[in-house]
Ligand binder design. Structure first.
Ligand code: KMH
Ligand code: ZN
Length: 272
């Protein structure tokens, strides 16, 4: 089976230190969390930026020193800026995270609107087309965030219309809109066009069961504070590294090797 790409979603935009004191806000804290994940086997860092007080921001002026600090500690890691940001941000505000140097090789692209708790995470077709067009111009590979199966269909429509190139890479985010069950994950995987690659993540306590399923099914895995704060029931994770290490241990038990950043670039076709 293909080696396993572990993505660490180290910061997120919604979780706060009140939820887990290890959630990083400052440049140094975010870089420290990236390093802990990288040392444990993460090849991709899914990145949201925060101001020092924890306020989420998509400003390239804040992303730049954070990415520089991460690259200083983990020179070969793949940094994947979020273009989802936080609910309530405008689309162009969200996309500012890609205006860093060098231009990111990878970034998220959410493929539809959905409920996000009491808020709406807005991704109209117009927003998707704009982000996809800009990413293509900049040479950024999109990770297609799908919060339900319909978003896979939207991505396929965007591919047909020429906005997205194949092979596409998907990330199934379970537990926000669709349920975090193996049945839902299987339905998503079965719905993909041939040649696609995919990652799965699940919110809260389903994070590790879904990670185990994705490892067994030949997909890739995302974990981290953005999605879940606990290492096990009642035990807060002290770092993203602890969660990545747990995934790496499950992979080892199941006989799946973990990919290095260079191997992840090859599997994802980055820079092509
Ligand atoms: N924070 C969510 C509203 C992404 O990073 O691309 C959106 C999100 C998706 O996290
Ligand atoms: Zn995110």
């Amino acid at each position: 089976m293909e080696k396993l790409i572990i993505t660490a979603a180290i910061s997120g935009a919604e979780v706060m230190k009140e939820n887990n004191p290890a959630v990083p806000y400052t440049i140094e804290e975010i870089a420290r969390e990236a390093k802990s994940a990288y040392d444990a086997g993460a090849s991709v860092i899914h990145l949201h930026a925060r101001m020092d007080d924890g306020t989420p921001t998509q400003s390239h002026e804040r992303f730049q020193p954070i990415v520089d600090a991460i690259k200083e500690l983990c020179p070969d890691v793949i940094v994947q800026p979020s273009t989802g940001g936080a609910t309530g941000m405008t689309a162009m505000e969200r996309f500012d995270s890609t205006n860093i140097t060098p231009t990111p090789e990878f970034a998220t692209l959410s493929c539809g609107s959905c409920n996000f708790g009491d808020e709406i995470f807005e991704n109209t077709e117009d927003i998707i087309k704009t982000f996809a067009t800009e990413m293509k111009k900049k040479g950024i590979k999109p990770e297609l965030e799908c919060f339900d199966k319909g978003m896979i269909d939207i991505a396929m429509k965007m591919h047909k219309k020429g906005y997205l190139d194949a092979p596409m890479h998907f990330d199934f985010v379970l537990g926000v809109q669709m349920s975090a069950t193996v049945r839902d994950l299987s339905f998503c995987v079965d719905s993909l066009p041939p040649g696609s690659t995919w990652t799965a993540c699940a919110i809260g306590r389903q994070e590790f069961p879904i990670a185990a399923a994705a490892i067994a099914m030949g997909g890739h895995v995302r974990v981290g504070f953005e999605d879940n704060l606990y290492l096990e029931k009642g035990v807060l994770a002290k770092s993203n590294g602890e969660m990545v290490a747990k995934v790496a241990a499950i992979a080892k038990l199941l006989g799946r090797e973990v990919a290095t950043p260079a191997e992840a670039r090859e599997i994802l076709g980055l820079g092509k």
